[in-house]
Design a protein around this ligand. Structure first.
Ligand SMILES: Nc1ncnc2c1ncn2[C@@H]1O[C@H](COP(=O)(O)OP(=O)(O)OP(=O)(O)O)[C@@H](O)[C@H]1O
Ligand SMILES: [Mg+2]
Length: 253
């Protein structure tokens, strides 16, 4: 199962959720891969991968599609072990930004899908973190994925953005990947005691959006976990936020 965490809106929790869902999946014994497709490299940093000069990053994987190599490396060569059992990562890279125009101009939009097809044999779950834009990389991910999870931060801008986001994803389903499903909208940074987030989520449900039933509260524990560079299931397995993330994870297929 290949899942992409996607929203054009920034700061909604794509990186936080992709790392934590991947770490939970791995902690349950599933062979799991996280792919960091964002030039910001937040999900790589979250897992302690901060070396900008690292080899075999996602940029290297894409770069070999536009460079003449006698032997191209298999996608599995770009998967690094992490310090967690069952959790591997394809590290992000700031070089993605420079590569984007050339990859786009040379029509490499299906190359990630090809790589994912081979990786699917090695992993039970693949999570892909994307940048806050519908660009070459997020489109590549949506073309190669089975399912899309859309985090929202429960504010009015997020709700307004969803209308056009859904249209764009539906267009990608129609034109490029008819196996892609919108698996659900994740209400993140939810504040159970505030009126507005509750109202926004209820309106989305009334409008027929597939809001997943487990809401993820706003909690300083998430930021502490980033700072410690340790996913929540590792640093605070009993915390309420972690328990909600596990419930969310277990509610997915
Ligand atoms: N449930 C939460 N509780 C508290 N803070 C959160 C929660 N989820 C995310 N955050 C915080 O919100 C900020 C944005 O989160 P994150 O980087 O995961 O979003 P993103 O969608 O990946 O952002 P970008 O669009 O820049 O890639 C971070 O500072 C993160 O710590
Ligand atoms: Mg991010």
């Amino acid at each position: 199962m290949i899942r992409v965490l996607f929203n054009i809106k920034g700061g909604v929790g794509k990186s936080s959720l992709s790392v934590n869902l991947a770490a939970i999946s791995a902690s349950q014994g599933k062979k799991t891969l996280l792919i960091d497709l964002d030039t910001q490299c937040n999900s790589s940093q979250y897992l302690g991968l901060t070396d900008e000069s690292a080899q075999n990053t996602i940029a290297d994987l894409f770069e070999q599609t536009i460079t003449f190599h006698l032997v191209k490396k298999p996608a599995s060569d770009f998967c690094q072990r992490t310090s967690y059992d069952n959790l591997d990562v394809i590290q992000g890279s700031t070089r993605l930004a420079k590569l984007e125009n050339e990859l786009d101009g040379r029509h490499k939009i299906y190359k990630l899908r090809d790589a994912l097809k081979t990786l699917q044999n090695d992993y039970d779950r693949i999570y892909i973190d994307t940048p806050p834009a519908l660009n070459f990389y997020s489109l590549s991910a949506l073309i190669g994925a089975d399912a899309c999870l859309i985090p929202i931060d429960c504010d009015d801008f997020a709700r307004k953005g969803l209308y056009s986001l859904k249209q764009k994803i539906d267009e990608i389903i129609e034109d490029h990947n008819d196996e892609l499903v919108i698996e659900g909208i994740i209400a993140n940074q939810y504040m159970a005691n505030a009126k507005l987030p509750n109202q926004i989520v209820n309106e989305l449900i009334d409008e027929g959006y597939p809001v997943l039933p487990t809401y993820i509260n706003q909690s300083v524990k998430m930021r502490e976990s980033h700072q410690a560079k340790r996913p929540l299931v590792d640093i605070a397995p009993k915390h309420k936020l972690t328990q909600a993330l596990i419930e969310l994870h277990n509610s997915l297929k």
